[in-house]
Write a protein that binds this ligand. Structure first.
Ligand code: FES
Length: 144
């Protein structure tokens, strides 16, 4: 895809999650512990970026580690500044301070407290649409 670029950091292979142990992790002298690392595709205003996120890592931090700067205020899953729209895959938002079933049904995720449960594709910079969604549902919409 035009404009698609791989974020610096780990090597990337299309087609899903990296394996455990010796298969997808720990190569090139990394001292990574066993665990899944999922492929993450971010559709940002600057283009599409690809990176990996560990299953126990928040997406916002994985993006930052890969050099992808995303908006944030609270980093606790409350302010909605880091909101994204989940286009593919599953994200665990159980650590977010404020996340509602309606948010999930509408496809919104909070990248600062979202952990991947699969390979994911996410459109970033969705704070405006997520705040509008919250207002429409009568839910908290900080900074709206
Ligand atoms: S930075 Fe506030 S909800 Fe993510």
């Amino acid at each position: 895809m035009a404009g698609e670029q791989e974020a610096p950091g780990r090597s990337f292979e299309a087609g899903g999650e990296a394996g455990r142990g010796e298969e997808g992790r720990g190569e090139e002298g990394n001292s990574l512990e066993a665990g899944h690392s999922f492929e993450v595709i971010l559709e940002t205003p600057e283009g599409v970026r690809k990176l990996f996120c560990d299953e126990d890592e928040y997406l916002w931090y994985a993006a930052a580690r890969a050099g992808v700067k995303l908006p944030a205020i609270c980093l606790q899953g409350r302010c909605l500044e880091c909101a994204g729209k989940l286009l593919q895959g599953r994200v665990d938002e159980s650590s977010a301070d404020s996340y509602f079933p309606d948010d999930e049904m509408a496809g919104f995720v909070l990248l600062c407290r979202g952990r991947p449960c699969s390979s994911v594709r996410i459109r970033t910079h969705q704070s405006g649409p997520m705040r509008a969604h919250r207002i429409a549902k009568g839910l908290p919409a900080p900074y709206a």
